[in-house]
Design a protein around this ligand. Structure first.
Ligand code: SF4
Length: 201
């Protein structure tokens, strides 16, 4: 029997009360996630940075502005996707998430993903890619190629913050998000033809 999906508001309340790792002590705000709860595309980053912690929303600083621009190459806008991070509280000094923090925090992400049930998961950078794909492979070898994780199509790309000041990565990001747009169109066309076939007499 399938477990019922937990509503996002209920999950967010649970995360607000979470004391499972020491990161809650330093946070200004929990950064749970934002966007369309029925999105076909879920974007997963690493952890909140300074601006995200202050505003309680993922990807609001320079990397967020760049992400919005990249979404445009895929024919998407920020309000059409759902954006979340692997960790919900800011690591001090923007250090990398620690394995024990990822372990105790990711049940929230897992439930978010089950509830939103997107068609595509776009993982940004090494941490979310490794977590979603259960791999040790790095983003450099994985970006821009569709992978499968359960019934989700996973599309890894570099983290926008890493590409922000690296011209060579910016070209790859543009290519990858353009490809994502093509994949989304193809998936829509496929879904439409399934509907046509299923509604034929
Ligand atoms: S980072 Fe995650 S596990 Fe740690 S306190 Fe915040 S919500 Fe809880």
């Amino acid at each position: 029997m399938h477990k019922p999906h937990i509503p996002l508001e209920e999950l967010e309340h649970k995360a607000e009360a979470c004391r499972a790792c020491p990161l809650y002590e330093g946070r200004t705000n929990l950064v749970f996630g934002v966007g369309d709860p029925h999105a076909r595309v879920m974007i997963i980053g690493e952890a909140p940075g300074k601006n995200e912690d202050l505003q309680g929303e993922p990807f609001v600083g320079a990397a967020g502005k760049y992400l919005n621009e990249l979404l445009g190459y895929a024919g998407l806008t920020r309000d059409k996707v759902y954006i979340a991070n692997v960790l919900k509280c800011r690591p001090p000094g923007n250090r990398n998430p620690r394995p024990e923090e990822i372990e105790v925090c990711t049940p929230f992400l897992r439930e978010q993903t089950r509830t939103i049930d997107p068609v595509f998961i776009v993982t940004l950078g090494n941490f979310s890619t490794r977590f979603i794909l259960k791999t040790d492979q790095g983003i450099t070898g994985l970006h821009g190629r569709v992978q499968q994780a359960g019934h989700f199509k996973v599309f890894p790309v570099f983290h926008p913050a890493a590409a922000l000041y690296d011209r060579s990565k910016q070209d790859l990001m543009k290519e990858d998000f353009t490809k994502l747009g093509q994949l989304l169109q193809a998936a829509s066309a496929h879904a439409d033809s399934d509907v046509d076939t299923s509604t034929q007499d």
